[in-house]
Ligand binder design. Structure first.
Ligand SMILES: C[S@@+](CC[C@H](N)C(=O)[O-])C[C@H]1O[C@@H](n2cnc3c(N)ncnc32)[C@H](O)[C@@H]1O
Length: 622
């Protein structure tokens, strides 16, 4: 059995991985599976003593993780996924289950127990097929587990502590990661290596093959699932045109705790199986054909969701709830000076969008709302959301004419002549403060990943060109105790920078300089930084600034750090492309395009780090 056709059976389906593990994401995306990641909120706290074998615990945990995500997504309008994949990996030694260590001492206790011995790694995997029927969630569950035996070498305390101090053990079952430094601890492995990494890919593909290419008279292992009650309907999980004779049972999620493990395994001649499918050789449309793909439904409604978020944020709903904990609609309406019915509607929409929680009549913020949406959240996007509402939203309403006339939407929105200023790279005067605020928030979120993408400790001085409020500079001085930074920006921007500094920040190594990077001499520095500058610039502006930086970096000395969204080579990732819709002269680029551009200016060593955050990092040296 070739594996790719099995994976391709999932193409076009809304597949969700209910796991935040980057290792599982890598394993599945490396084989071409397209999926969304929705980490489960299920707490891994099942009572282990209730399970007669460790793998049962792993399977049950995986199942609860996947079902929690399926139910949560189903509760949000139109969000029911087709398939949710859940997985849980545990390590067992002499029948004791070792999960993720709580702290360094716990990691040491685990690893020293594993030293010199063979242990088992179990991953429980659950594939939940979901359907929304009469607004209820129907699920069909397939599960399995894989065991791999791993033998550790005899490990000295010194080696163990060195490993523990690397920080790697803390988020890993058993306290080690075989795919990275932890590989050094391992003497041998019996079984599927990827199972130890966190996902038994081979067994998963075999399971998919069983589901999508079932033998004519097979018996699919059904497991007890106490929240799946009565038999509701029969659905063939294979595609309509597949010569597939197996039908499996969908279970409707229902509060009645009835169980059913039955299934129908009729072997039917495929030509007779769907008499309604073909008529005069022309495939007849099935109900499935007319089901609008969730992606399209999401896009149709996407603008409404964005606006609901913008309005809730503007009305300070998230701030009020953060301050008070839980409030009823009528109380919020009073606080935000709005109608009760209108407030109820926006609150319920925010619940459906996963931004708020509701118990009985009480609304409260989700953890993410406290962190990202409240205006005093650690990584607040409040200013960026308001900026999106007040400036980007009106700008995007000009998209059609901007496309027809090949102009920038900002120019359309402000009735300016196309391509006629460096306003494409700096905020126009009336928007300056909100724009600086929005950029400040975005950069605060991504600055740590940018600063640590490369080891910059050898650079004693840096100049952040167009560095705005100094948000990146603050992170860099924290990360690199020997670095001083000159934030260089236009005078009208530098004038506002004191409003963005706070008392807890160490500003002793940060200096703000007014200037124009096209017109003026650049300050001398060992490291130049261009964060979100290059993609705005015309070819002429690019030549000007890159030539100037290159001249300031003699061969073997100096470097340029660029922060941008780096597009994937096939240019399929939408975020950068969506952003490019608001531009005229500039360009979003892929890694190879940035490499070619920088090489033209003598930077023949170009390293690119995709950070997984809002911006990616490129380090160019000569
Ligand atoms: C898109 S913002 C990026 C800000 C910041 N680097 C970031 O990543 O959030 C562009 C910045 O470049 C500054 N800028 C635009 N033209 C400039 C010029 N000719 N000389 C100096 N700074 C300029 C703007 O004022 C603005 O702060």
């Amino acid at each position: 059995m070739l594996l790719s056709p099995v994976i391709s059976k999932l193409a076009g389906k809304r597949v969700v991985l209910a796991s935040a593990s980057p290792r599982r994401q890598d394993i599945l995306s490396n084989v071409g599976l397209r999926f969304e990641v929705v980490p489960s909120w299920f707490k891994e706290t099942l009572d282990k003593s209730l399970f007669s074998a460790p793998h049962e615990y792993a399977v049950e945990t995986a199942k609860q993780k996947a079902l929690e995500v399926a139910r949560r997504m189903h509760l949000k309008h139109l969000k029911t996924p087709d398939i949710v994949i859940g997985a849980d990996t545990i390590v067992t030694l002499e029948d004791t289950i070792l999960e993720k260590p709580l702290d360094k001492q716990d990691a040491y206790n685990m690893l020293s127990r594993l030293s010199g011995k063979e242990h088992s790694v179990f991953t429980g995997v659950v594939i939940v097929h979901c359907k929304s029927e009469d607004n209820q969630l129907a699920t069909n569950i397939t599960d399995f587990y894989e065991e791999t035996k791993v033998k550790f070498a005899n490990l000295s305390d010194e080696l163990l502590w060195e490993y523990i101090d690397s920080g790697e053990p803390l988020d890993k079952a058993g306290g080690y990661g075989i795919q990275s430094l932890g590989g050094m601890l391992v003497e041998c492995v019996h079984g599927d290596f990827l199972n130890v990494v966190g996902f038994p890919l081979n067994h998963f593909c075999k399971k998919l093959a069983e589901i999508y290419y079932p033998p004519s008279k097979s018996t699919i292992h059904r497991v007890k699932h106490d929240s799946i009650p009565y038999v509701e309907s029969f659905e063939n999980l294979s595609d309509a045109e597949t010569d597939c004779s197996n039908q499996t049972v969908m279970h409707r999620e229902n509060k009645e705790e009835k169980c059913c493990y039955s299934q129908c395994n009729k072997s039917v001649d495929s030509s007779q199986q769907h008499p309604a499918v073909r008529q005069n050789g022309i495939p007849k449309k099935t109900r499935e054909d007319s089901k609008v793909p969730p992606k399209i439904l999401d896009l149709l409604d996407g603008f409404k969701s964005s606006k609901a978020l913008f309005v809730a944020s503007k009305l300070k709903v998230f701030d009020k709830l953060k301050e008070k904990g839980a409030l009823k609609a009528i109380e919020i309406a009073d606080m935000i000076n709005a109608s009760i019915r209108g407030t109820e509607r926006i609150l319920d929409t925010c619940v459906a969008l996963g931004l708020l929680e509701k118990t009985h009549q009480d609304y409260r913020n989700t953890k993410d709302a406290n962190t990202f949406l409240a205006s005093d959240g650690e990584f607040s996007l409040h200013g960026y959301i308001n900026y999106s509402n007040d400036h980007l939203w009106p700008m995007f309403s000009h998209l059609e004419s901007a496309v027809r006339e090949e102009t920038c939407q900002r120019e359309k929105a402000s009735h300016k002549t196309p391509g006629n200023s460096h306003d494409s790279v700096h905020c126009i005067a009336k928007n300056r403060k909100p724009c600086m605020n929005a950029m400040h928030e975005m950069l605060k979120i991504t600055a740590q990943d940018l600063g640590s993408a490369f080891d910059l400790s050898k650079y004693g001085s840096a100049c952040d060109l167009g560095g705005s409020t100094g948000a990146l500079a603050h992170e860099l001085v924290c990360l690199y105790p020997n670095m001083s930074i000159n934030v260089f920006d236009l005078p009208e921007v530098i004038e506002h920078t004191p409003e963005f500094q706070n008392a807890c920040m160490d500003t002793s190594r940060i200096k703000f300089t007014s200037g124009d990077f096209f017109e003026d001499e650049l300050p001398q520095a060992e490291l130049y930084i261009l964060s979100r500058i290059l993609h705005h610039l015309s070819d002429e502006q690019l030549n000007c600034i890159l030539r100037k930086i290159s001249d300031k970096c003699p061969k073997g000395q100096g470097a340029l750090l660029v922060a941008e969204i780096v597009l994937d080579e096939e240019k399929k990732e939408p975020r950068g492309l969506l952003q490019s819709l608001s531009m005229s002269e500039g360009n979003q680029r892929s890694g190879s395009e940035y490499r070619r551009l920088l090489e033209k200016f003598g930077f023949n060593s170009v390293e690119i780090k995709i950070t997984g955050n809002l911006l990616d990092a490129i380090l160019a040296t000569k």
